[in-house]
Design a protein around this ligand. Structure first.
Ligand code: SAM
Ligand code: SF4
Ligand code: SF4
Length: 346
């Protein structure tokens, strides 16, 4: 693949799936827990007081994650994103970052709801994290609190973003999931706020991940609608992708005041370039965000398998992959018993 961003240090077998897609990115969920209850991800009615989260012994340890990450790096993985649940609530996450950051040729990043970022940004940077993505769905407290459903105020996420930028985790990417009738009225204010800030705001179409968020197509505000809304105020023009397979489509302000991204996972599926695998909190490998089943690597690790056996299993799983959920989404697939995003890692 002619991709300038490709800088693999792979020494093991590079493998392609059934549709010719290489393995390039790994998302690692470090916890299935979160201090937010975003309505599109962990609705309170399901993730309430009685919800059974994983026990600590069921989670992959930092040593197990690191070992898997090193074997994955030999298969051409270039980028690791730590996610969850909320990754910053996993204790001593900076210790994991420190060892992962030392793996040669790996771009290491993390997605967070920003709630603990003001406190942690310096330590994350010192541990070797290069970049960060912060989720923020509105600048309006009433709207944001309705979305996070735990009354968390906007100002504290903004403090986290400032702290990340001050620590040198820049440019900070900001993710905004748009749900019709809930926060679509916040789109232009968000665009205005982050325009010229050096941060990159990305709008994400609301997706039917998991099986508990009650997703309906009518709730999706399309990327096209979002671009039109912002362009009416500040004209935008499409920009070239940084590399093949970039998930966010880039749009630049015509007056040079920066850029935004749109992730049109519902209305303009990008499965044909999807090079991502996801490692769940308890060590199952999923080859699609919308999968119903994963492949158990924790048992393999805990049964004493050597790196060669792990490597063979990665090869087997990726070679068999033929996922393209977003391209074949129907009313029936929406109802499938898909794993939750907080567990698989968003
Ligand atoms: N807790 C962290 C956070 O919110 O940034 C990391 C995990 S979260 C699952 C990762 C990303 O997935 C967030 O940007 C979140 O907004 C996005 N997300 C969650 N549910 C979604 C949905 N139903 N549709 C689109 N994006 C979603
Ligand atoms: Fe938590 Fe992130 Fe899901 Fe919101 S999107 S509930 S912050 S894991
Ligand atoms: Fe990749 Fe699955 Fe999303 Fe398609 S639906 S882009 S295969 S994660």
């Amino acid at each position: 693949m002619n991709d300038p961003a490709h800088k693999s240090v792979a020494s093991g077998p590079l493998v392609s799936d059934q549709l010719g897609r290489p393995l390039r990115d790994l998302r690692i969920s470090v916890t299935d827990r979160c201090n937010f209850r975003c309505v599109y991800c962990m609705p309170k009615e399901v993730f309430g007081k009685d919800y059974q989260f994983l026990e600590h012994r069921e989670l992959l340890s930092f040593e197990e994650i690191t070992r898997l990450a090193r074997v994955f790096a030999q298969h051409g993985i270039e980028k690791i994103r730590l996610t969850g649940g909320e990754p910053l609530i996993r204790r001593k996450i900076e210790n994991l970052i420190e060892v992962l950051a030392a793996i040669p040729g790996l771009d290491l990043t993390l997605t967070t709801n920003g709630s603990l970022l003001a406190k942690k940004a310096q330590a994350l940077k010192a541990a070797g994290l290069k970049r960060i993505t912060v989720s923020l769905d509105s600048l309006d407290d009433a709207v944001f609190m309705k979305m996070n459903d735990v009354d968390f105020p906007v100002a504290r996420v903004l403090e986290g973003i400032d702290a990340a930028a001050a620590a040198g985790l820049a440019p900070v990417k900001i993710n905004m999931v748009v749900k019709r009738g809930v926060n679509d009225q916040s789109i232009t204010a968000m665009a205005r706020h982050f325009r010229g800030s050096g941060h990159i705001l990305r709008f994400i179409e609301y997706m039917d991940v998991g099986h508990t968020n009650g997703w309906r197509m009518d709730d999706v505000v399309t990327a096209r609608e979002i671009i039109d809304m912002i362009s009416a105020e500040a004209p935008l023009t499409p920009a070239d992708p940084h590399y093949r397979g970039e998930v966010a489509q880039r749009w630049r302000y015509l007056d040079g005041s920066g850029e935004i991204g749109v992730i049109a996972s519902v209305t303009q599926a990008f499965c044909r370039d999807c090079t991502r695998a996801r490692l769940s909190t308890e060590g199952k490998l999923f080859t699609c965000l919308f999968a119903t089943e994963g492949h158990d690597f924790k048992s393999l690790l805990r049964s004493g398998a050597d790196d060669a056996a792990i490597s063979q299993q990665i090869t087997r799983v990726w070679r068999a992959r033929n996922d393209r959920y977003s391209e074949i989404r129907t009313a029936a697939t929406v109802k499938l018993n898909k794993v939750e995003m907080s567990y698989i890692g968003g």
